[in-house]
Design a protein around this ligand. Sequence first.
Ligand code: NAD
Length: 456
Amino acid sequence: MIEVYDPGNGELIGSVPSASREDVERVLATASAAVDIARNMPAHLRISVLHNVAEQLLQRHEEFARVIAREGVKTIREARKEVTRCVETLRISAEEARRLSGETIAFDQMPGAENRFGYFKRLPVGVVVAITPYNDPLNLVAHKIGPAIAAGNAVILKPHSSTPLSAKNLIELFDATELPAGVLQLITGAGAIIGDQLVSDPRVRMVSFTGGPLVGHKILAQAGLKKIGMELGSNCPCIIMDDADMDLAVESTVRGAFWAAGQNCLHVQRLFIQEDSFEKFRDRFVELTKRIKVGDKLDETTDMGPMISDAATLKVSEFVQDALDSGARILTGGECEGRYYQPTVLDNVAADCRISKEEIFGPVVALYAFENIQEAIDRANDVDYGLQAGVFTRDLATAFTIADGLNCGGVMINDSSDFRIDAMPFGGTRGSGVGKEGVVHAIHEMTELKTYCFNL
Ligand code: NAD
């Protein structure tokens, strides 16, 4: 068994099986046998299963929120928002199951192809392996299994070993519906032990992965010829222009920097502030950051919880030390007690230190001053990631120029990089990944187009 601990206080809160290679083989064989059953599920069944689970989840909202807040890093208030979003993700999946469609094709556009009638439609890929991270242990699971079921796939879910309980409880809700046996299976175990077997098996037609770049690259090397979805990390920038609404910019970026203690792929990590506003913005940002209450995740007044593990805490400390060694200054924070790392703001940060280039995945933000728009765009783009960015300005032309210039999957104007709704296309450029999620887009990734042509 794998024991699951509350990362905040070390209490044992549950356990899940640690799968063996034989277990993986059994799950793969079951999924493979369920491919036709899944494909043949009528749309009304897919819709009712997904709505049914969304409804059950809504009824048990608080119970699910408490599990997220215990096994993961979120406070109870953050966890409740995740459950609400998960209900939404499942409802959108149900609605999209209704809309799976194709298009007719004008075959007569090519001389010699007259008198044909044809169309394409979307068919499920078959077996989808979904691998999820620890930071959104419920909603990121729904972002894979919702679209997979809506599309008619058989799906195997492997959640993170630190946070498997939310996923297990969600699968139990599906098990209580009329979803045919074998269409959705959970396997729990260390990725390093069972990962290779799951992703390299030729019966698996798609690996849908959300996690860090190291594991992502390992999976890419092992998966072989199959579809791949890679939702990887980032070090998201936000750009604050002199003409921005400063109250809005400060409040949004503080929230985006410290949500889930910075353990969020959309975490505001690099803040570029136009030079005339730098000091004013910095002082207000630090003032608001100092008000963040760190502590017990289940306390209603707590704003920020712990890091997931000692290793993750150490990584944050190392990034901060690396920045200090290159001349950075700590404006607030920089200390930790156990896994509780204080919300930390740095300035004077060198362009080539780790926090300027890599993903910290913790509650630390770096402030940089810039002179003009082109400089802000160039510096924001000067990394190997490109997930999302935020821009704060009151000028429409500036907003368009920056939004067009940033190399990433999404630009939020007058919101921080952290803004997302579950129905929008979501996924990064460059080192942030391949493919898109955001229910209908995940459905597109999890289906193949098939063309039919009738010679009349
Ligand atoms: P991780 O890469 O350590 O783990 C992710 C999953 O991969 C876990 O389920 C893990 O058990 C599994 N895994 C580990 N080794 C494996 C292997 N060899 N084969 C197959 N699976 C294996 O990531 P994490 O620490 O849980 O999450 C943090 C990372 O996820 C950050 O980089 C963050 O930015 C990223 N993330 C991205 C998004 C997005 O949508 N782009 C969302 C959330 C998190």
